[in-house]
Design a protein around this ligand. Structure first.
Ligand SMILES: Cc1ncc(COP(=O)(O)O)c(C=O)c1O
Length: 405
């Protein structure tokens, strides 16, 4: 099927909105994406026609809910080339990342061990390991970036000998795509494990966890056209089996006695309590939607937007774009600053014209401090954005410059 952005836009009702009297130009996809009717309808259909608790009743509605929930698990597993039992549902990527630190990390990291991570992590992939290192007396080794926001090979030895590495697949500030498979090889040579944060890659490019050979892979539903409140953790089955549970309670036990219990098989062992059934079903539909469009086509479209935007924004005097110069090395995220203008003022001004951009540290304060840059503005694209929207953005930025400098 031909990629037709106008046709895709028709699926997203919010894109027809006016904001402050202007057509919405939504360039804050790095924070959260908009949702197509297919996802909204799937959630409505679930509540209207099938709602019941899962894995518990033997009545018709419970059977239907359980079937829809488990079908969505299969859809999501297939989307990243995993097996369904390797897919754990959480409430977001932050919970998925914390789950690894709280279970695998707590059980395996000892005093003096090394944990590796990068300076470009989102706080959710960074802080759980800072906290664990502090608690256990472990050493945190942080891979730094070069002037283009790429981790140079001279930093790779920091991965050697690490018990675990928490690595962002694509940075939510620089857009940099890290060589996850190569990093994994280095870690595995000395018996360590690798956790990849795919929050900013899964919505924008084809991901295959088997090919990547990562041990854990975390992502979040709301950035990939799915609802809020639902996240995913992939883990290699043998690792999930040996890890202790995260939360205790209903659904995660196979047998409960007065003073003991036996936990359920994976993935249920990690899904205590009533799950976000509607969220899972919505996320399954989002994965189906992206699959039907085709992730290669999504990536190509976003790459052409990215190249176009880098060229247009790069021509604005006083504007500095952070991250790799070559579009192929990054995802559709452009963080930038304009000399003499705060990113907050810029975003507020653009909002008056219906343009949604993010400003601040983007939950990556250590990166901003390392690069010695101020909180930045960030335009981030999704499959429904257009070159015409970038053409509207650039003259507005010029207007801000005139008004504020
Ligand atoms: C790279 C990255 N990791 C993790 C997260 C956290 O996602 P969530 O807030 O859904 O837990 C984000 C969200 O911005 C992100 O960009």
């Amino acid at each position: 099927m031909e990629f037709n952005v106008e046709k895709i836009r028709e699926d997203f009702p919010i894109l027809k909105r006016q904001v402050n009297g202007h057509p919405l130009i939504y360039l804050d996809n790095g924070a959260t994406s908009q949702k197509p009717m297919q996802v909204i309808d799937a959630i409505c259909d679930y509540y209207k026609n099938h709602n019941a608790n899962v894995h518990r009743g033997i009545h018709k509605l419970s059977e239907e809910s359980t079937m829809m929930y488990e079908e969505a698990r299969k859809e999501i597993a297939q989307f990243i080339n995993a097996s369904p039992e390797e897919i754990i549902f959480t409430k977001n990527a932050s919970e998925s990342l914390n789950l690894v630190a709280k279970t695998y990390g707590e059980a395996n990291i000892k005093n003096g061990d090394k944990i590796a991570t990068t300076i470009m992590e989102h706080h959710s992939g960074y802080i759980p390991w800072v906290a664990l290192a502090e608690k256990k007396g472990a050493k945190l080794d942080v891979l730094k970036v070069d002037g283009e926001g790429i981790i140079p090979e001279s930093e790779y030895p920091k991965l050697e000998g690490a018990k675990i590495a928490s690595i962002v697949h694509a940075s939510n500030v620089l857009g940099t795509i890290n060589p996850a498979r190569e990093f994994g090889k280095i870690i595995h040579e000395s018996g360590g494990k690798i956790l990849i944060d795919g929050s900013q890659s899964v919505p924008h490019m084809k991901v295959d966890v088997k090919e990547m050979d990562c041990d854990f892979f975390a992502f979040t539903g709301h950035k990939m056209l799915g609802p809020t409140g639902i996240g995913v953790l992939y883990g290699k089955k043998e690792l999930l089996e040996e890890m202790p549970p995260f939360l205790y309670g209903g659904d995660m036990v196979a047998d409960a006695k007065l003073n003991s219990f036996k936990w359920a098989e994976v993935p249920h062992k990690f899904e205590a309590g009533t799950p976000n059934v509607a969220g899972v079903i919505g996320l399954g539909e989002a994965a189906r939607y992206l699959k039907n469009v085709g992730m290669d086509k999504v990536r190509n479209h976003e790459l052409s937007l990215l190249s176009y935007a880098m060229e247009k924004l790069g021509a604005v005097e006083g504007l500095t774009i952070y991250g790799p110069k070559e579009a192929e090395k990054r995802t559709g995220v452009i963080a930038f600053n304009i000399e003499g203008i705060s990113s907050i003022d810029l975003s507020s001004f653009l909002d008056e014209y219906g343009i949604a951009l993010r400003s601040g540290y983007h939950c990556a304060q250590p990166l901003h401090e390392e690069l010695k840059i101020l909180p930045s503005a960030r335009a981030s694209f999704a499959l429904y954005n257009t070159k015409a929207e970038i053409d509207s953005l650039v003259p507005r930025i010029e207007e801000v410059k005139k008004a504020l400098s």
